[in-house]
Design a protein around this ligand. Structure first.
Ligand code: 6PG
Length: 244
């Protein structure tokens, strides 16, 4: 697997623009049903808001793009902690046909049950729209937490080393907010043409230096199996040379 490449942008604004270019490029490249897997957290919010602006929204083939989410907190979409709720509010609700938004079903009895249902959704999508053997996702967006988690795959948790299931329930989070989660697993996230990991701000510098040094952390192992993997970070988050 080729090593991930790192792009450093001036600041969080430039980072969001660069990420928006990647979303548009990947969505337009697939003339069938492009699938984009979104992420939660504060860093991508700026990207999502940008995609809803008049300048950007006309560039996306909204009728064709299918939106998935890499992990969510097991809370209703109107809860402030909901990842899909944030994405809907920031851009999806005003731009995407409702049938193109594939949320993790939080009305399931448990995170585990929600995981089974979402895995089924993903497998059906693959069977129906990836008959040519193309990767499940055109683009997977991810972030990194202070402990090196990505999606809701926390270091040392069984979910982080899951090899069979595509989606798992995570009963307890390792960092705030301490609510149960549902997360795609590394083998599922790896099925993409491009994986784009976003990180901005000084707070990310310490964890990025550990990830770029190859430490055994979920974020280090997040890589596209057959496509490209990019880290898109801003200057404030970039480890000093020699740190990584
Ligand atoms: C979640 C996220 C998580 C996030 C990172 C970075 O639900 O918490 O999906 O993996 O991407 O924690 O989040 P920030 O961008 O807010 O730092």
């Amino acid at each position: 697997m080729p090593r991930p490449r790192i792009i450093v942008e001036r600041d969080a604004v430039a980072l969001a623009e660069r990420a928006a270019e990647r979303v548009v490029a990947r969505a337009r490249e697939n003339t069938g049903e492009p699938a984009i897997c979104l992420t939660g957290g504060s860093t991508p919010k700026r990207l999502y808001q940008l995609l809803a602006t008049p300048e950007w929204r006309n560039r996306l083939p909204w009728q064709r793009v299918q939106w998935f989410i890499g992990d969510d907190r097991f809370v209703p979409p109107e809860d402030d902690l909901s990842n899909i709720g944030m994405a809907r509010h920031a851009f999806l609700d005003g731009c995407a046909p409702p049938g193109n938004i594939h949320a993790i079903p939080i009305d399931a009895a448990s995170p585990e049950e929600a995981a089974r249902a979402y895995e089924q959704t993903l497998r059906e999508f693959q069977t129906r729209h990836r008959t040519d053997g193309a990767p499940l996702f055109d683009l997977v967006l991810l972030g990194v937490g202070p402990d090196g988690h990505t999606a809701s795959l926390f270091p040392g948790y069984p979910a982080a080393s899951e090899t069979e299931h595509w989606v798992v329930g995570v009963p307890e989070a390792h960092v705030a907010p301490f609510v149960p989660r549902v997360s795609l697993t590394l083998p599922c996230l790896a099925q993409c043409r491009e994986m784009l990991l976003l990180a901005a701000g000084h707070d990310k510098r310490a964890i990025l230096s550990r990830v770029f040094a190859g430490e055994d952390l979920p974020a280090t192992h997040a890589q596209s199996a057959r496509g490209e993997t990019w880290w898109l970070i801003d200057k404030a988050a970039a480890p000093e040379s020699g740190e990584a």
